[in-house]
Design a protein around this ligand. Structure first.
Ligand SMILES: [Zn+2]
Length: 238
């Protein structure tokens, strides 16, 4: 099994800092501050891509301070990592992996997790994939809020879409966003939305890698040998 979600390994991948020379003696504050800088620079990068256009279309930059607020939850940084990746559409979905030859071509149209005839897009992962029904219950109140919010705006429930994805990930639609997605002044009781979403993403992506990694391994061994297989594992974990 590929274990790739530890904060140290994650952080090493995204940073060249010398602080990691001694893995057992990292100052947590330094570690956190550097993580924030790396995440911020990634979220702020304007590369003119479709993902960048999506990011700005739904004003995701207005909730960028989640990175700073996450300071209170520093131990959950691996989940923060997945939230950042979904917000910037930097996720290796099955069609993407298939397109570069890491998964068989059938996964252009079939979700490897629920095995249905469904493209494994970000909206599919977040809202539709049956494989994640249990995990999705933990963000059910946020999803209900999204349905209400979109219905208020367009008069009817919107289909599972980029709009719903953007709202779950801290974006804005029709001038509205989820309440308490960030920690707000009036915030008192439950965890902020970004933390609940980050935990949800972290959990499903850990489970998903167990489903997808073997598919990639057999494909890699069949066609390209061990080198390809290793590189595909890296792509999955990034
Ligand atoms: Zn699915």
């Amino acid at each position: 099994m590929v274990e790739v979600f530890g904060i140290i390994r994650w952080w090493k991948r995204f940073s060249n800092s010398k602080v990691v020379t001694n893995e057992n003696n990292i100052d947590p504050k330094t570690l956190y501050e550097e993580c924030v800088e790396i995440l911020r620079s990634k979220e702020e990068s304007h590369d003119g891509s479709k993902a960048g256009a999506w990011y700005h279309k739904f004003s995701l930059e207005q909730t960028r301070s989640w990175i700073v607020q996450a300071n209170e939850y520093v131990m959950e940084s691996p989940d923060m990592h997945w939230l950042m990746r979904f917000r910037t559409k930097s996720v290796w979905t099955a069609p993407r992996l298939s397109m570069v030859g890491m998964l068989p071509s059938e996964y252009q149209e079939t979700c490897p997790c629920c095995k249905r005839d469904a493209v494994e897009s970000i909206p599919h992962i977040l809202f539709e994939c049956k494989r994640w029904d249990d995990q999705r219950r933990k963000v059910a109140t946020l999803i209900s809020q999204i349905k209400r919010l979109t219905k208020d705006c367009v008069g009817e429930e919107v289909q599972v879409s980029d709009i719903m994805s953007a709202l779950l990930l801290g974006g804005e639609y029709c001038g509205a966003r989820l309440t308490n997605w960030l920690i707000e002044r009036s915030h008192t009781e439950s965890d902020p939305g970004f933390l609940r979403v980050a935990r949800f993403l972290g959990e499903i992506m850990r489970l998903r890698s167990r489903i997808i990694s073997p598919l990639i391994t057999s494909m890699g061994q069949r066609h390209n040998g061990r080198t390809r297989s290793r590189s595909s594992h890296r792509a999955l974990s990034k």
